[in-house]
Write a protein that binds this ligand. Structure first.
Ligand code: CP
Ligand code: NVA
Length: 294
């Protein structure tokens, strides 16, 4: 696992410097990526589609109303049918269980493009962005502030795997997934780092090299918007909070962002913010992932 993630990051950094079309490797030549989206997307959809094209292949977008996973037909049948057409499937799902069921029945690789529990491709791009800026990952300190959601869960696992310390500050009622945290803690121990969950954002940010936040209202939680926006207010990443960061800290956010809610404008549009580099890096990471699985 450690090797896989480190290889993806290294390959993505290399992909970023590759020569223009016609002179770069095309591991997806004549291959097709099928992308199933149960939720909206800008970055994941476009970066995967461009990645497939730049690697010599093509991508098919399948939107929320088309497949109706498990409703129009069973997940197993969708997996078997798509495996007959496509060389790789990318799936953005509501449910992590359905993600695993699709992967179990598919004869081709299934890439997780976000579900309710994890967002692994995002995490790989996040770590690539840190590596690109700091030239290392091991021993750095990442502070995640806000909702203990899919992005937070994947960062806990990703940081543990690459030997980065992580403190996740969330309200107790919205802590990261307990099984993922416990798994991340054991991996971290093996890799000589510490991952922790806490509730005080100021403690989490103390001396941090990377400060990370995400939306307080993930896709599918729209009905809880009002309650969440008031509960998470003490977790806003703003000028006062980032005063506690270490020297040369950077701000990351997976986007889409909500200025004035999880992050103030001065932070996300300020000199420490790398959010658009991070978004661009989704493309380079998707290329590395696709090349690794086909
Ligand atoms: N960060 C991210 O996954 O963005 P999209 O939802 O636009 O794909
Ligand atoms: N936590 C967010 C991430 C969006 C990319 C969500 O699941 O909506």
């Amino acid at each position: 696992m450690k090797d896989d993630l480190e290889k993806i990051i290294a390959k993505a950094l290399k992909a970023k410097t590759e020569p223009p079309r016609g002179r770069r490797p095309e591991p997806l030549k004549r291959k097709v990526l099928a992308m199933i989206f149960e939720k909206p997307s800008l970055r994941t959809r476009v970066s995967f589609e461009v990645a497939a094209a730049q690697l010599g292949g093509s991508a098919i977008y399948i939107g929320p109303d088309e497949v109706q996973m498990g409703k129009r037909e069973s997940v197993a049948d969708v997996a078997k049918v798509l495996s007959g057409y496509a060389d790789v499937i990318m799936y953005r799902a509501f449910s992590n269980e359905v993600m695993h069921e699709l992967a179990k029945h598919a004869a081709v690789p299934v890439v997780n493009g976000l579900d309710d529990l994890e967002h692994p491709c995002q995490c790989a791009a996040d770590l690539m962005t840190v590596m690109e800026r700091k030239q290392k990952l091991k021993g750095l300190q990442l502070a995640y502030v806000g909702d203990g959601n899919n992005v937070c869960n994947s960062l806990l696992l990703g940081c543990a795997v690459v030997g980065m310390n992580m403190r996740a500050a969330t309200p107790k009622s919205h802590a990261p997934n307990a099984d993922i945290l416990s798994n991340a803690r054991s991996i971290a121990e093996e890799n000589g780092c510490v991952v922790e969950a806490m509730s005080n954002p100021f403690d989490a940010v103390e001396g941090a090299d990377v400060i990370y936040t995400d939306t307080w209202v993930s896709m599918g939680q729209e009905e809880e918007r009002e309650e969440r926006e008031s509960m998470f207010l003490p977790y806003q990443v703003n000028a006062k909070l980032v005063e506690r960061a270490g020297k040369d800290w950077m701000f990351l956010h997976c986007l889409p962002a909500h200025r004035g809610l999880e992050v103030s404008e001065e932070v996300i549009d300020g000199p420490q913010s790398l959010v658009f580099t991070q978004a661009e890096n989704r493309l380079h990471v998707q290329k590395a992932i696709l090349a690794a699985v086909v």
